[in-house]
Ligand binder design. Structure first.
Ligand SMILES: NC(=O)c1ccc[n+]([C@@H]2O[C@H](COP(=O)([O-])OP(=O)(O)OC[C@H]3O[C@@H](n4cnc5c(N)ncnc54)[C@H](O)[C@@H]3O)[C@@H](O)[C@H]2O)c1
Length: 258
């Protein structure tokens, strides 16, 4: 049985992850954490996620170290916000708990802090700005297309999300840009990213390769957040069974797409 703690358990993604964990026979929710001082503290995480009582109460992140010690999870899943996530990973690392990180919007410094904490604690980790299987195939397709077309093609990325998304451009668009820039030996700044924030769009990404004569587009559209939560379940199993101590892996490792 994989013991799972969810950080950000009252959020859009956190509730879906609680729901999915409850549905999987090989997993058990053992802790549910949200922001320090959350008004939901003391509420049952399962009730909040709409799957009925799970016997796990929401706790503020100010008590994270204590909660991890008491509940002894194998994995901490974090879908919060960048500054909070860095703190949460430091605490998980000190407690020797593996991490599945879906939070996006890290600065270069925050990302280095995250990796430093994982390395120092020798914990196993999967970090990915997008946990959906489709998007990870989209990343791989973008890399292959770039390799086949060559760097004579210009590249632009367009991404669209709901109005509540904090970071722009999206972590997924930045990752796609990084993958193509690496393939072309370019600085990542050479790839323009256009962000749209409209209504309740779950997540859309288009990579456009173009010359004056033609255009190749690779498109991914997420229709439901369940696609991210389903990927999280794969990442949880992977980090427990195939994670490497002190090493950050991503969904390309989880899905064996390298
Ligand atoms: N990797 C992926 O596949 C993927 C998919 C969707 C969203 N995301 C990212 O996940 C993050 C969360 O997205 P969301 O739409 O669920 O946001 P959300 O705002 O609905 O939820 C975030 C939750 O985190 C809580 N929180 C804030 N500070 C905290 C702390 N210190 N400790 C614990 N919890 C804390 C908030 O109270 C909130 O309930 C964002 O960074 C988003 O970009 C990633």
């Amino acid at each position: 049985m994989i013991r799972v703690a969810v950080c950000g358990a009252c959020g859009r993604m956190g509730k879906l992850i609680v729901r999915q964990v409850a549905k999987h026979d090989d997993m058990k929710l053992v802790a549910a954490i949200d922001a320090p001082g959350t008004p939901s503290a003391g509420e049952d995480a399962g009730e909040l996620a709409g799957v009925g009582e799970l016997g796990v109460k929401i706790v503020g992140a100010d008590k994270l170290a204590e909660v991890l010690k008491k509940s002894n999870p194998d994995v901490l899943v974090d879908f919060t916000k960048a500054d909070a996530a860095v703190q949460n990973v430091k605490t998980a690392s000190e407690a020797g708990v593996s991490v599945v990180m879906g939070t996006t919007g890290f600065t270069v410094e925050q990302r280095a802090e995250l990796e430093g904490a994982i390395n120092k604690g020798g914990i196993k980790a999967v970090i990915s700005p997008n946990m959906s299987v489709g998007v990870n195939v989209f990343f791989k397709s973008a890399k292959e297309t770039a390799r086949m077309l060559g760097s004579d093609y210009g590249v632009e990325i367009v991404e669209a999300h709901h109005v509540h998304k904090r970071d722009a451009p999206s972590g997924t668009a930045l990752r796609a840009a990084q993958i193509i820039a690496e393939e072309f030996g370019w600085s990542v700044d050479k790839i323009k990213i256009k962000s749209v924030r409209e209504g309740d769009i779950v997540g859309e990404h288009t990579v456009i390769f173009s010359t004056p004569e033609e255009r190749v587009e690779i498109v991914h559209r997420a229709q439901s957040r369940e696609t991210f939560a389903a990927g999280v379940m794969k990442a949880i199993r992977h980090v427990v069974k195939k994670g490497k101590a002190g090493v950050v892996q991503d969904m390309q490792d989880v899905l064996e797409l390298r």
